[in-house]
Design a binder for this molecule. Structure first.
Ligand SMILES: C[S@@+](CC[C@H](N)C(=O)[O-])C[C@H]1O[C@@H](n2cnc3c(N)ncnc32)[C@H](O)[C@@H]1O
Length: 289
């Protein structure tokens, strides 16, 4: 096992500029998404924050970041406030199955915010594939991943802390964020995806499942925001459900999620749909036909 004091100067694999690796994270094409950002003049809003890959790539001057996952948001807030304190706390953790199981079974509500934040990063780096999965009672239940890697990169966490310093970071349902957006704001929406294989294998991020009704609720909130002059961009899987929902009111383009593939031959999982209320340059996207 790597001594815990040995921290790499570059981001850990899969993190990009964020300090977490999140399921559905946009690290691999955050640059492409930012390159096609609208010319917005207001606040950047990211209501499905996850690891915040697009926020970190964009580095906007005004931002409101939110997610329904309270543990994640507490972690972001503590990193913004005092990354040194979070790292110091992380240095006390041990990468063994026993310690992992002990940390996993903790009731976060009984911990300080600093311990809650360190626990999120520790579980993200030591659990199987870094999946944040909870049971019906909200208890974290991803198994141990047995990875030989440090929990954090000092450089990544310190830089993330600086970038987060001016942002407002909240626990919120996406709809509240979208409904608060005003003319000139840009809202990037990256919800739990519609599964390519149907609804049955849909991942749970929080105790409440993100289901078909939530996607329809999201579509309606996007329409309202769009009518107020807010720029909106949504990523989702290339499924008939998404195409049908957005085809009459929004532009839909296909964006490759990997750079190293032959786009014509690419499998469906290597494409995302990008739904916008403004025109995207066709240099990076193709019309979804
Ligand atoms: C696909 S991930 C976002 C990944 C992120 N773009 C990144 O780069 O890491 C979806 C996020 O939506 C959050 N979420 C699920 N339901 C939500 C809701 N109703 N309102 C707000 N956030 C929600 C999850 O907690 C999860 O962090």
């Amino acid at each position: 096992m790597r001594p815990i004091g040995l921290q790499p100067m570059t981001p850990l694999p899969g993190e990009g500029k964020s300090f977490l690796k999140w399921a559905g994270g946009k690290t691999r094409y955050a640059k492409t998404l930012v390159a096609v950002a609208p010319a917005f003049t207001g606040t950047y809003r990211e209501p499905f924050l996850g690891s915040g890959a697009v926020f970190f790539e964009l580095n906007p001057s005004r931002a409101i970041l939110s997610d329904a996952n309270e543990e994640l948001i507490i972690c972001f807030r503590e990193v913004a406030k005092d990354a040194e304190a979070v790292m110091k706390r992380l240095d006390d953790y041990i990468n063994t199955r026993e310690h992992f199981e002990e940390v996993r079974s903790q009731n976060p509500a009984a911990l300080s915010n600093l311990d809650r934040a360190a626990r999120v990063i520790y579980l993200n780096k030591t659990s199987f594939r870094g999946l944040w999965r909870v049971n019906q009672k909200g208890q974290f239940n991803t198994p141990y991943g047995a990875y030989d890697r440090p929990y954090y990169s000092r450089q990544t966490l310190s830089e993330a802390s600086k970038l987060l310093a001016g942002a407002e970071i909240r626990v919120a349902d996406f709809q509240e964020q979208l409904d608060q957006a005003t003319e000139g704001d840009w809202v990037y929406l990256d919800p739990p995806y519609i599964p390519l294989g149907g609804w049955a294998d849909f991942k749970r991020y929080t105790p409440g499942q993100f289901n078909e009704d939530d996607h329809i609720r999201l579509f309606k909130a996007m329409k309202r925001a769009s009518e107020r002059g807010v720029f909106v961009t949504l990523s989702n899987s290339d499924t008939p459900f998404v195409r049908d929902l957005f085809k009459n009111d929004f532009n839909i383009a296909k964006m490759a999620t990997r750079r190293d593939i032959n786009l014509q031959a690419a499998k469906r999982e290597n494409w995302d749909l990008v739904v916008t209320n403004y025109k995207l340059p066709n240099t990076v996207t193709q019309l979804a036909t």
